[in-house]
Design a protein around this ligand. Sequence first.
Ligand SMILES: [Mg+2]
Ligand SMILES: [Zn+2]
Length: 187
Amino acid sequence: MKKAIFWDLLGTLGGDSRTLINQEFTFFEEAIPALKKATTHGYLNIIVTNQSHIGHGRITIEEYERALSQLLQQLADNGVQITDVYTCPHTRQEACICKKPKPFLVKEALKKYELESSQCYIIGDSGTNDVMLAHQLQLKSILVLTGEGIRSLTDQRNAWSETSPTHIAENSLDAINKIIGFQIIEQ
Ligand SMILES: [Mg+2]
Ligand SMILES: [Zn+2]
């Protein structure tokens, strides 16, 4: 049985909504241990990220791909395995089919990697994007309190009031620890 963690990138694993444009992205210190721990416990790491800066012309697709490949190299150098990265480059105005919270990209990944959806989690810092996406696919979700997480639970909470995250975690590592804790309980 194959299972995956669908990771949000910005605000969840590192950086913020500006950092890929100005090339200042850094991983949060708990991100690398979190990604490694996911692999150790049998999860594929799949990143799903909205990058509307590309659609807005603030960063070109080539610049984005270069920045992304540097990040992936940095992870690989630290022994982290990332199975795939799915990017939506569009602006909201383009009304594309792939921008989170639309489930298109995650659906594609579920099919491509033959994942057991009941065993997968979406981990992100945005209620409106990440938790709403999980809600639509009936996947489990963990909202992290890094990035936009606290704002998601306060100022922005009414924008995704129809659902709740399965769990709330301090950060990416706490999220993985919670998931692993549940596995042990379920066994
Ligand atoms: Mg985010
Ligand atoms: Zn898109």
